[in-house]
Each structure stands twice: as structure tokens, then as C-alpha cells.
Design a protein around this ligand. Structure first.
Ligand SMILES: Nc1ncnc2c1ncn2[C@@H]1O[C@H](COP(=O)(O)OP(=O)(O)OP(=O)(O)O)[C@@H](O)[C@H]1O
Length: 262
């Protein structure tokens, strides 16, 4: 389903010290720094897997998700999702994937959530019957009936996240990319989101790639864990493999980051 082979992406960023003098100097002479966000990333993920993609800040997680969702073009390497190269076949590709970025919204801010859903129906050319069926199902399972007529900006974080997840699934995607889906949520909302993702994977066979710093999310959802650091895959195994390092997942993962010096 997902094949990633030797993906590389380097960003070139202007570098300068703070202060007025340095700003003037930078007008005449710019220094650049190369950041190897992805430095030869390879993995494959089968249909229906739930994978936790973890790593410290700046490791390359979001860059990977952006490549997989077609937003970012790598410098080199191969990547196919359901047989398509995401950045080359974007139109067809977006129909196969759902994406939730916990820190960003895909809902139109000032209009009722249901209007955003209707817009997505048009964007993805979802047949009326499929849309109705999915909307009813998602409204029921994510408990949206009281909030879909509210503009996104008036929703609490937890309410908005439930709407974001629904928005990402209206078109029946085969793969779901979740980037920090429970960030900032209270305990009850976190459990609700986790339960929903688990059921979606079990009942619909949706492949899920979950990026998070919340190790409880990983424990609850991921049977396989891929660890990335400094743009390289450092470990690819089961939760049990990682557990061998100790009982407490946060400490075990922190130890791993230390061991790999990332
Ligand atoms: N558009 C960009 N321009 C320049 N550098 C970038 C850009 N996007 C990412 N980077 C750099 O690439 C590296 C990997 O970033 P990425 O966002 O993939 O990390 P991450 O693992 O998702 O981190 P976090 O957990 O903090 O969200 C970082 O050093 C980041 O500063």
C-alpha cells in the first residue's frame, strides 16, 4: 500500500545573527545552512496497518507526512501510496487519503461546519448517496449533531478535532494521516478520538499513520512503531520490541532518543 524508498529532502535556510548590524550585513552577504529534513527514509506499510511514526522535534515526521500526502516534493527517492506517486498525481491521490493536522484546520473558519463538509463534498466529487451515508455515520459516531451548525471558530478544541476527523473521512479514504490529532485535548476528548480511530481501522480497514509526541496515543493505537531522528529511520518494530526497554513508555522512548543521540 505505502512504499517509501530512500526519500531525501534538504531545505536551504538563510542564517544570520540577530541585531540591526547583522540585518544590514545580510543585505549584501547571505549565509545559508542546509537542513537534511529527510536523509534517506525507507519503509513500507501494508493495507490496514496502524503505525505510530515517532521522533523528537525536528526529526522529519511532518516532512514525511507532507511528502506522503503530496504537499511536499522530495529531492530524490521514491514513494507510492496505493500505487500512485503523491506529488505527481495529486488530484487522484487526494481522493485516497485523509489528513488531519492537529495544529492546523481544514475547516473554513467563519462558516458553519456543515458548510465546510458540503464544500468538501464538491471538492472531492463525493456522490450524494455516499456523502449522506458517511455524514450520518460520522455525525453519530463522533457525536456531531449539536455542533455542525456552529462556525469552526466558535468550537472548543475537542469539538473542532471531532469535526476535523469527520471532514477527513467524508470521501472514504483508504489511508488516514494523523499529525498530532490529540494535541491539547482533555482526557475525555482524547479517549473519544482514540476509540474512534481504533474502530475506524477495525471496521473499515483504514490504514492509519499516526504522528504524535503523546506516547499514550501510541500505546493505545499503534501495533507498529517507526522511529525517525535527524531525517533517518532508526528503528522499525512492534510496541513490544520497544517495551523491552522498560515499563514506562515515555521513559523508554526518551532513553531511545538518548541512545540514538537525536
Ligand atoms: N519549509 C521548511 N523550510 C526550512 N526548513 C524546514 C521546513 N520544513 C521543515 N524544515 C526543517 O526540517 C526539519 C524537519 O522538520 P519536520 O517539521 O519534518 O520535523 P518534525 O519531526 O515534524 O518536528 P516536530 O515534532 O517539532 O513537529 C527541521 O529541522 C525543520 O526546521
Amino acid at each position: 500500500m505505502i512504499e517509501v524508498k530512500d526519500l531525501k529532502k534538504t531545505f536551504r535556510v538563510a542564517r544570520r545573527e540577530g541585531g540591526f548590524g547583522e540585518a544590514v550585513k545580510a543585505l549584501f552577504h547571505r549565509e545559508y545552512e542546509e537542513i537534511h529534513a529527510l536523509d534517506g527514509v525507507s519503509f513500507s506499510i501494508a493495507d490496514g496497518e496502524m503505525v505510530g511514526y515517532i521522533g523528537p522535534n525536528g526529526a522529519g515526521k511532518s516532512s514525511t507526512i507532507k511528502v506522503l500526502s503530496g504537499i511536499l516534493t522530495p529531492d530524490s527517492g521514491k514513494c507510492t501510496v496505493a500505487g500512485r506517486t503523491p506529488w505527481r498525481e495529486r488530484r487522484a491521490h487526494v481522493k485516497d487519503i485523509g489528513v488531519v493536522f492537529g495544529q492546523r484546520s481544514q475547516l473554513w473558519w467563519d462558516v458553519p461546519v456543515i458548510d465546510s463538509f458540503e464544500l468538501l463534498k464538491e471538492i472531492y466529487s463525493i456522490p450524494a448517496q455516499t456523502y449522506r451515508k458517511n455524514l450520518d455515520e460520522l455525525t453519530e459516531t463522533l457525536d456531531l449533531s449539536k455542533i455542525v451548525c456552529t462556525p469552526a471558530r466558535q468550537l472548543s478544541l475537542g469539538q473542532r478535532m471531532r469535526c476535523e476527523i469527520a471532514a477527513s473521512l467524508l470521501h472514504d479514504p483508504k489511508v488516514l494521516f494523523l499529525d498530532e490529532p490529540t494535541i491539547g485535548l482533555d482526557a475525555v476528548s482524547k479517549l473519544a478520538v482514540r476509540d474512534f480511530i481504533k474502530l475506524r481501522n477495525r471496521d473499515f480497514g483504514t490504514t492509519v499513520i499516526l504522528t504524535t509526541h503523546d506516547m499514550q496515543d501510541i500505546e493505545a493505537l499503534a501495533s507498529r512503531i517507526i522511529l525517525i531522528g535527524k531525517g533517518r529511520i532508526l528503528l522499525d518494530g512492534t510496541l513490544a520490541d520497544i517495551r523491552r526497554g522498560g515499563e514506562h513508555i515515555d521513559e523508554t522512548v526518551a532513553e531511545l532518543y538518548k541512545k540514538f543521540d537525536v
